[in-house]
Design a binder for this molecule. Structure first.
Ligand SMILES: *Cc1c(COP(=O)(O)O)cnc(C)c1O
Length: 380
């Protein structure tokens, strides 16, 4: 069956008791038992809840994986996926990853004896050069944040398999509508469902999807033991978002492409980073591992930070905010917002310059967004 059919039907059959076409919100902490001898599927909502189960099944199907697990946030999902590691293990990660993932690697894992090396996202050779006998996991984000660089998932998956290393992909930016890493050989997919999957900027959530039973069992055990689970209402909101993922992603992409092309020709703009542009250095790779290029556009301004400040002060429709993937367009300064907590040296290493602007292109009319951007860019 096709993606949008799965998104609406799978894991979401009408409620057997009442026929309710949407999965009910099972707002309960516990479930009554018939007797001491029987333990039904659901007995306590930290361990399992029917609304969460529907979401987990739906997420697994959309990523074409066997198992899905939902978490209370994207970083909780990241932390859960990292439970495949133990002290002494080593991670190789792309250098342009989500700031919160970097914080987990450096502030939470390093003191527990799990170390991480960061490498150039775009080069297979640099990933290979970072691998040591202790490397157990390669962690990538593609497209990356905020520079929208790509990693070759197929090539990294085969390198990882050869060396007995797991490959985890944070698929938040592309969404499973445009990219399914498990189909390309990855072992684990992680999402911040806060973003495109929820899609309406009204809920925080995360997910881990895999087809490998041993990995799933370990992470599920961690989910129940550590308890960073989403409540049933949050699961319901994300389930509702999934049903319109396809039509939202297509529209996000069409408008993002329109704006990226306009920006590329604008005299105030230094460079545009969007995998859908022929000028993107990995445009060919994008075409082979993604079925679309997404709704995120990053660009740099010739006038530096003062020009960024002027743009942000003048723009009207784009809301100045962190986060992404919602129906409303958002604009941000990666250096001053999402990556502000990093040191200057760390930002320099990541080529996160002060003149960058990141757009999460929403579902407003493309011409209205274009006019807003043109007005805010002014005449240089
Ligand atoms: C937002 C985000 C996260 C973290 O998700 P939260 O839901 O904010 O905890 C992880 N990875 C990427 C790529 C993100 O954009």
């Amino acid at each position: 069956m096709h993606f949008e059919t799965l998104a609406i039907h799978d894991g979401q059959a009408p409620d057997p008791q009442t026929g309710s076409v949407t999965v009910p919100v099972y707002q309960t902490s516990t479930f009554g038992r018939d007797s001491l001898d029987e333990r039904s599927e659901f007995f306590y909502s930290r361990i399992g809840n029917p609304t969460r189960k529907a979401l987990e099944e739906s997420l697994a199907l959309l990523e074409n994986g066997k198992y899905g697990l939902a978490f209370g946030s994207g970083v909780a999902a990241t932390m859960a996926a990292l439970q495949v590691l133990k002290p002494g293990d080593h991670i190789v990660a792309g250098n342009d990853i989500y700031g919160g993932s970097y914080r987990i690697f450096e502030q939470l894992l390093r003191p527990w004896g799990v170390t991480t090396s960061y490498t150039d996202n775009e080069s297979m050779e640099s990933y290979e050069a970072c691998i040591t006998p202790a490397t157990k996991l390669i962690w990538i984000e593609t497209p990356s944040n905020p520079l929208l660089q790509l990693c070759d998932i197929r090539a990294l998956a085969s390198l990882a398999k050869e060396r007995g290393i797991l490959l985890a992909v944070d698929n938040t930016f592309a969404s499973p509508y445009f990219q399914r890493p498990l189909e390309l050989g990855a072992d684990i997919v992680v999402h911040s469902t806060t973003k495109y999957l929820g899609g309406h900027s009204d809920v925080i959530g995360g997910a881990v999807i895999t087809s490998e039973t041993a990995i799933h069992t370990a992470i599920k055990n961690y989910q129940g033991a550590a308890g960073a689970v989403p409540g049933p209402w949050d699961c319901w909101l994300i389930l509702r978002g999934l049903k319109t993922l396809k039509i939202r992603m297509k529209e996000h992409e069409a408008t993002a492409m329109h704006l990226a092309k306009m920006l590329e020709g604008h005299p105030a703009v230094e460079q545009v980073f969007y995998p859908g542009l022929a000028s993107h250095p990995q445009h060919e790779l994008a075409k082979t591992q993604m079925s679309g290029f997404g709704g995120m556009v990053t660009f740099s301004l010739k006038g530096g930070l003062p020009a960024v400040k002027k743009l942000l002060a003048t723009i009207k429709l784009f809301v100045l905010a962190d986060s992404l993937g919602g129906v409303e367009s958002l604009i941000s300064s990666p250096a001053k917002m999402t990556l502000w907590a990093l040191s200057q040296a760390e930002r320099d290493r990541r080529k996160c310059t002060d003149n960058l602007v990141r757009l999460s292109v929403g579902l407003e009319n493309a011409e209205d967004l274009e006019a807003d951007l043109l007005n805010a860019l002014g005449t240089p």
